[in-house]
Ligand binder design. Structure first.
Ligand code: PHE
Ligand code: NA
Length: 454
């Protein structure tokens, strides 16, 4: 396929649903089920959730439209897309900085993502074993700290998950995955409904919902606002090129705006459901909502060991969480791998194994940050916390800001209207949220979190 046939050399989605499924596969992942509940707990609940929802609507959605638009206009890896579009519309290849920073962010995120997905695999093994359900309550409660204090076991699952991710990317993101997404995502949703039913019986359902939805602004600091903003990028896979490269395989007759709203809507729904399941269990068991990264595992493990058919539901649930993480992990590797294929003329397989190995090595830092290196802190944060903070709160919002500015101010009106339906009021809304509102919010939140606005 040559560039003038209007397709990416890496291929094209056969229809609109393939894109929606792949992008949803990228978006819905550990960010929704693991990260959203624990950062909501750490940042005080309702007010944080409200800010997060505002960020999704005013920042995330317009930037996602921008990112898909650039991908479809450029049809290459994010680095080369930004290089070419930058030269053509922005007067300089320096815009490729967005692609480089995003590709790097993808590696750094993947390095800890495989560790966390590994926790889900570790819990598949635990919950599937009947003996685990017979353990004394204290031991079940302590199972997460026991897991993360064991670097050997963490390494094992981290390695396994990194392997299954690399294998798929090495073969090329195939339709096989989209078919799986089509069946397994609804199944994950169904299981969340089952868990919601359980949460409703804990006697603390209302308290959980209040925590999640009743805003108490006294609990909100600028740092929490930055975390909410960063998470809106992380959860929608924005600001690092994953959505850009998926957009590059998008046929030209598809309406970007509508598909983006569907994807963001599904992502938000899954996150809110995870929260509605977890917080009632937290309060019913007198647990601490701010317990940190182990929150998902410590709460649901209590649920699965006490509910009817918990062994079955629990095994299936953690498998599906790992699956959701898998389809996200694949998209984290794509920007780097597609660039190596384009620029170094390497095979997909070689590129994928190299990048996979690199991420696996960096991931060892995260593995150790929960045990041996738990006291090794830079800026008062562990290795894992630093990787998370740097990527979600700095690199992704910065990348997203530049993407929105470039797509809305620099791309020609002709190209914009060719990519988006340029006549309607929705176009105008996209244009001005991308030009002013989204970059402005990111900028103001950055300045405040840095303490520069007092
Ligand atoms: N969106 C994914 C999640 O919520 C994580 C991710 C971030 C994937 C960035 C790709 C790019 O789990
Ligand atoms: Na997500």
């Amino acid at each position: 396929m040559s560039a003038d046939s209007g397709q990416s050399i890496h291929g094209q989605w056969s229809n609109k649903w393939m894109f929606i499924l792949a992008a949803t596969g990228s978006a819905v992942g550990l960010g929704n089920i693991w990260k959203f509940p624990y950062i909501t707990g750490e940042n005080g609940g309702g007010a944080f959730v409200l800010v997060y929802l505002i960020c999704i609507s005013l920042v995330g959605i317009p930037i996602m439209v921008s990112e898909v638009l650039l991908g479809r206009a450029g049809k290459q890896s994010p680095i080369n897309t930004m290089m070419n579009l930058g030269r053509q519309y922005g007067g300089s290849g320096a815009w490729s900085f967005i692609g480089y920073m995003g590709t790097l962010a993808g590696f750094l995120i993947l390095s800890f993502y495989t560790v966390v997905a590994g926790w889900a695999l570790a819990y598949v093994q635990r919950i599937a074993s009947p003996a685990f359900h017979e353990l004394p309550l204290e031991e079940i409660k302590g199972s997460f700290s026991a897991l993360v204090s064991n670097p050997g076991e963490l390494m094992l699952w981290h390695t396994l998950f990194a392997l299954i991710t690399t294998v798929v990317v090495a073969r090329g993101v195939s339709d096989g995955i989209e078919k799986l997404v089509k069946y397994l995502m609804p199944l994950l949703f169904a299981l969340l409904c089952v868990l919601l039913g359980y949460a409703a019986t804990t006697g603390h359902f209302v308290q959980g919902l209040e925590f999640l939805f009743a805003p108490d602004f006294s609990k909100l600091s600028w740092d929490s606002v930055l975390v909410a903003l960063g998470h809106s990028f992380f959860t929608l896979s924005l600001g690092m090129g994953a959505i850009m490269i998926y957009g590059s395989y998008l046929p030209k007759d598809i309406n970007i705006g509508k598909t983006v709203v569907i994807i963001a809507g599904m992502d938000t729904l899954v996150a809110l459901m995870a929260g509605m399941v977890i917080f009632p269990i937290v309060f019913a068991n007198n647990m601490d909502p701010g317990a940190g990264p182990g929150l998902l595992f410590s709460t649901l493990t209590l649920a699965f060991t006490s509910m009817e058919f918990g062994g079955f539901f629990g095994t299936l649930f953690y498998l599906l969480v790992a699956f959701a993480g898998w389809t996200s992990a694949i998209s984290l590797l794509e920007p780097g791998v597609s660039w190596l294929v384009e620029n170094k003329n390497w095979s997909r397989a070689k590129s994928a194994w190299l990048v996979g190995l690199l991420c696996w090595v960096i991931g060892i830092g995260t593995v150790l940050s929960f045990n041996v290196l738990a006291d090794f802190k830079i800026f008062d944060r562990t290795i894992f916390d630093n990787l998370d903070y740097l990527t979600a709160n700095i690199m992704l919002p910065l990348g997203g800001l530049l993407i929105a500015v470039f797509a809305s101010w620099f791309i020609s009106r002709e190209m914009q209207t060719q990519q988006l339906d340029g006549k309607g009021g929705l176009f105008t809304i996209w244009l001005w949220t991308s030009r002013v509102v989204a970059p402005g919010l990111v900028f103001v939140i950055f300045l405040n979190a840095l303490g520069l606005l007092g």
